[in-house]
Design a protein around this ligand. Structure first.
Ligand code: FAD
Length: 430
């Protein structure tokens, strides 16, 4: 094998999943994470489609199911707190049979537990600079250490530091979807038990929920707004932007906003996607949100991260560690899948944040009436169908044996490889 040492930046979802598969294929992964430990908490997210298959192949699907949020209902309320519609939680989350919803922190912990014995983790550190040489990448860490790795992979999220070091400023790669999002832990002052309360108002939606086993609640806010410059480290400024966006909001919003002030885990960002022509440059590649973040509105970022990690490691192994071949094959297989899932976001957003009182009135009436009319539940299920189609829009090969890999490739793959002018060595391998 050519390049066996791989430095991965980021220990959330894509990073540990990639470390897992690289190790299984005989590489030696090291993961550097800026935080001092696995980041706990976060929000609830769904794992769907092909990503369930990846978790299953890692023998982690049962662990993920055991950590499921077990949410029961989503209730839409008006400004006075009056119930407008009560929905099944799976419907609120657009889940199909078998999809699993769990907290981001729980999934990160499961992935870390599955990799910690075989992977070197460097917490509380970050790549300060990197220099690509013909035979490796020389990396200097913030801690001052310098080491050389065969390959470097950025799994460091939407605002990827690795991407900035190698591809430059993020501006050309970030597609703002016209909204912002904020999330934080809050006291469960409504006594919610596996229930979510959602208050939509024109141009802004606030919600709160509490999952199985959580004594607290989460508050989440989505609001329409143009791209706004803000410092990612200045949470005081971010809280002011949030408060401005929800000025005059009613229901429980003032109480939730007050809780935001003391929240230990305040998160604020634009709802944006990452769109890049190429996901690698020489020996450095990107995976997960760093390369093709679909935005929280797609509900597919985690699934893309898990599948992307699996495919990247598998293609590198199939190429015997030759990154020129492995990176090209990874991109060729993943790109249509990433695009299909990114395409979900804008439509989903229209249902999450509505532009007018009339739209809110219409949507809540429809949600209330649909389950009661003949065929209504089937019409609702079609919403989940679109997500499910995108979530399964990739065939993931079995990379465990070279023979299987060859068998997994179809004639159209081969033609596509030729059309994309994939390096000759790769075509020979096919
Ligand atoms: C509210 C919300 C709801 C969501 N719901 C869903 C859902 O239902 N389904 C779904 O599939 N996805 C969902 N997502 C998206 C999902 O969380 C992301 O797509 C996913 O976490 C991406 O994983 P990642 O590992 O690529 O990046 P991230 O999870 O962003 O992790 C990046 C990691 O890199 C680390 N890092 C950053 N900079 C550095 C540095 N300089 N050096 C070292 N480490 C660094 C960070 O600390 C972090 O640990 C949701 C997101 C949000 C915000």
């Amino acid at each position: 094998m050519r390049d066996t040492t791989v430095l991965i930046s980021g220990a959330s979802i894509a990073g540990p999943a990639l470390a897992y598969w690289l190790h299984r294929h005989g590489f030696t992964p090291t993961v550097v994470e800026r935080a001092t430990a696995v980041r706990e908490g976060g929000y609830k997210l769904d794992v769907r489609g092909a990503a369930l298959d990846v978790l299953d192949r890692m023998d982690l699907l049962e662990a993920a199911r055991a950590a499921a949020t077990d949410m029961r209902t989503g209730t839409i309320v008006d400004a006075e707190g009056k119930t407008l519609a009560v929905m099944d939680a799976d419907l609120t989350g657009g889940r199909a049979d078998g999809d699993v919803e769990l907290m981001r922190g729980d999934l990160a912990r499961i992935l870390h537990d599955a990799t910690r014995d075989d992977t070197e983790y460097l917490f509380g550190d970050s790549i300060a600079s990197l220099t690509q040489h013909p035979h490796g990448v020389e990396v200097t860490f913030d801690s001052g250490t310098t080491r050389t790795f065969g390959l470097v992979i950025g799994a460091d999220g939407l605002h990827s530091h690795t991407r900035r070091l190698v591809f430059g400023d993020e501006t050309p790669y970030i597609r703002h979807l016209g909204h912002h999002i904020a999330i934080h832990t809050a006291p469960n002052h409504l006594g919610l038990d596996r229930r979510e309360m959602i208050h939509p108002a024109p141009g802004r939606t606030a919600l709160t929920y509490s999952t199985a086993g959580d004594t607290n609640a989460k508050a989440m806010y989505l609001f329409a707004s143009p791209a706004t410059p803000y410092d990612h480290r200045d949470t005081a400024h971010q809280k002011r932007l949030l408060a401005e966006a929800f000025t005059g909001a009613r229901w429980e919003v003032p109480t939730l906003l007050a809780a935001a002030q003391d929240a230990p885990d305040f998160y604020f960002d634009s709802i944006s996607q990452v769109v890049m022509d190429h996901w690698s440059r020489d020996r450095v590649a990107l995976v997960g949100d760093a390369a093709y973040g679909p935005s929280p509105a797609s509900g597919q970022g985690t699934s893309l991260s898990l599948v992307g990690a699996y495919v990247l490691a598998g293609e590198l192994a199939a190429a015997d560690g030759d990154h020129t071949v492995g990176y090209a094959a990874y991109e060729q297989r993943m790109r249509p899948f990433a695009e299909a899932n990114q395409a979900l976001a804008e439509n989903n957003l229209k249902g999450m944040v509505m532009g007018s009182a009339a739209l809110i009135w219409f949507q809540t009436r429809m949600l209330r009436l649909m389950p009661r009319i003949p065929g209504g539940r089937r019409m609702i299920a079609r919403i989940a169908d679109g997500i499910h189609r995108a979530a399964t829009a990739i065939e993931i090969p079995d990379y465990s044996a070279a023979g299987n890999l060859r068998a997994g490739r179809t004639a159209s793959d081969m033609n596509a490889a030729a059309a994309h002018n994939v390096p000759a060595t790769y075509q020979a391998r096919l």
